[in-house]
Structure formats: structure tokens, C-alpha cells
Design a protein around this ligand. Structure first.
Ligand SMILES: O=P(O)(O)OC[C@H]1O[C@H](OP(=O)(O)OP(=O)(O)O)[C@H](O)[C@@H]1O
Ligand SMILES: Nc1nc2[nH]cnc2c(=O)[nH]1
Ligand SMILES: [Mg+2]
Length: 175
């Protein structure tokens, strides 16, 4: 209806912002790898696209894993989660390496929020190890290894989604 306020996005509902720089993200991915090194070795890394591509590259490099596959899932349209769509499943070659159940495979994503994306991929690879860099409380039980937990009402801004811009001084009313 005309004049009705649009429904707030997940990002607007979150309220708190947690911006992450490239440096910080690289450090957090390296920290994640230290933990994963205790769990592996892994035959292959499965990146949940698109957000999982950057951490998967860093983690695979540190762990010396050269087989990387993707599972392509679309859900958030900018900041609002809709139905999950699997645009591309896991390859036959990666499935074979994981013995059909994902044993010895490492699933990587940038974060878990509600856990819906992670749950779907876990169902595809029940025996795989699932790692994310960041986790919110709702999704956390799905993850085997992560580095930093943020509250459910926080929105994480990744360096590939952001740019440096002018910020007004506090005195002039900046938050
Ligand atoms: O735990 P959930 O509530 O399911 O949310 C987590 C997912 O949401 C984001 O991906 P998104 O669907 O925005 O796609 P993208 O990776 O292509 O940015 C993020 O990269 C995770 O994959
Ligand atoms: N960038 C970003 N994408 C998300 N998808 C679900 N939760 C988040 C979040 O906190 N940040
Ligand atoms: Mg994603």
C-alpha cells in the first residue's frame, strides 16, 4: 500500500555493525587454519559461494590443499533471506573423495547466521567438517570450528562488500 514503510532488511534489523577489514579477515582466516590443522588432513575444501570463496582460498593455501570445489547457494537478496536455491551442487569428483558422505572434506563459509545455509550443506555431506570464520548464536551449533562469535543482532560487513568513505566527525552528529 502507498505510504507504508518498507519491511526492514535483515541488516537493518540487526542494528549493530561489525565491519571487517581485509587485514582482519586474513588474520581471522589464518587463526581458523591453526585450529583446522589439528583436525585434518583434508582431501578437499568445499567453498559455499560466494562468501566462502575468499576464506576457502586462504585456508586451502595454509593447509596445502589443492582440490577446491564449490556448492553454489543463493538466499540473501542483499540483506533479506528468501528461499535457499542450490544453483550448483558438489561435483562428482569431490563426492568421491569424501566417500559419498563427506568424510575428510572441509566445508568453508564466511559465516553462519540463522544456520539455514550450513544445515543444507551439512545434509549433503553429513561426515564433513564445517568451518566458518564468524558465527552468530543461532547457527553456531551447526559449525565444527569457527573463530569469532558475534551477537545475533550484529550485521557483519565484509571487505569485498564495502569501500572506504568519508565519515563525519562525532561533534557533527556521527554515530
Ligand atoms: O546462516 P544463514 O542465515 O543461512 O546465512 C549465512 C549465509 O548468508 C551469506 O550468504 P548469502 O546467501 O548472502 O550469499 P553470498 O555468499 O553469495 O553473499 C553467508 O555468506 C552465508 O553463506
Ligand atoms: N555480509 C553479511 N551477510 C550475511 N548473511 C547473513 N548474515 C550476514 C551478515 O551478518 N553479514
Ligand atoms: Mg554465503
Amino acid at each position: 500500500m502507498a505510504g507504508e514503510a518498507p519491511e526492514p532488511s535483515a541488516q537493518e534489523r540487526a542494528g549493530k555493525a561489525f565491519p571487517v577489514s581485509w587485514d582482519q579477515f586474513h588474520r581471522d582466516c589464518r587463526a581458523l587454519t591453526w585450529r583446522l590443522n589439528e583436525v585434518g588432513p583434508f582431501h578437499a575444501v568445499i567453498a559455499i559461494t560466494r562468501g566462502g570463496l575468499v576464506p576457502a582460498a586462504i585456508v586451502a593455501r595454509e593447509l596445502g590443499v589443492r582440490v577446491i570445489d564449490t556448492v553454489c547457494i543463493a538466499s540473501y537478496d542483499h540483506t533479506k533471506q528468501g528461499d535457499l536455491h542450490v544453483l550448483k551442487g558438489i561435483s562428482e569428483a569431490a563426492m568421491k573423495l569424501g566417500g559419498g558422505t563427506g568424510k575428510g572434506l572441509l566445508i568453508v563459509d564466511d559465516l553462519v547466521d540463522t544456520g539455514k545455509t550450513g544445515k543444507l550443506v551439512r545434509e549433503m555431506l553429513p561426515d564433513a567438517h564445517f568451518a566458518t570464520v564468524y558465527a552468530k548464536p543461532k547457527g553456531r551449533p551447526l559449525v565444527d570450528t569457527f573463530i569469532t562469535e558475534v551477537s545475533q543482532d550484529t550485521w557483519i560487513f565484509f571487505p569485498w562488500d564495502t569501500a572506504l568513505s568519508y565519515h563525519p566527525p562525532l561533534r557533527d552528529g556521527a554515530a
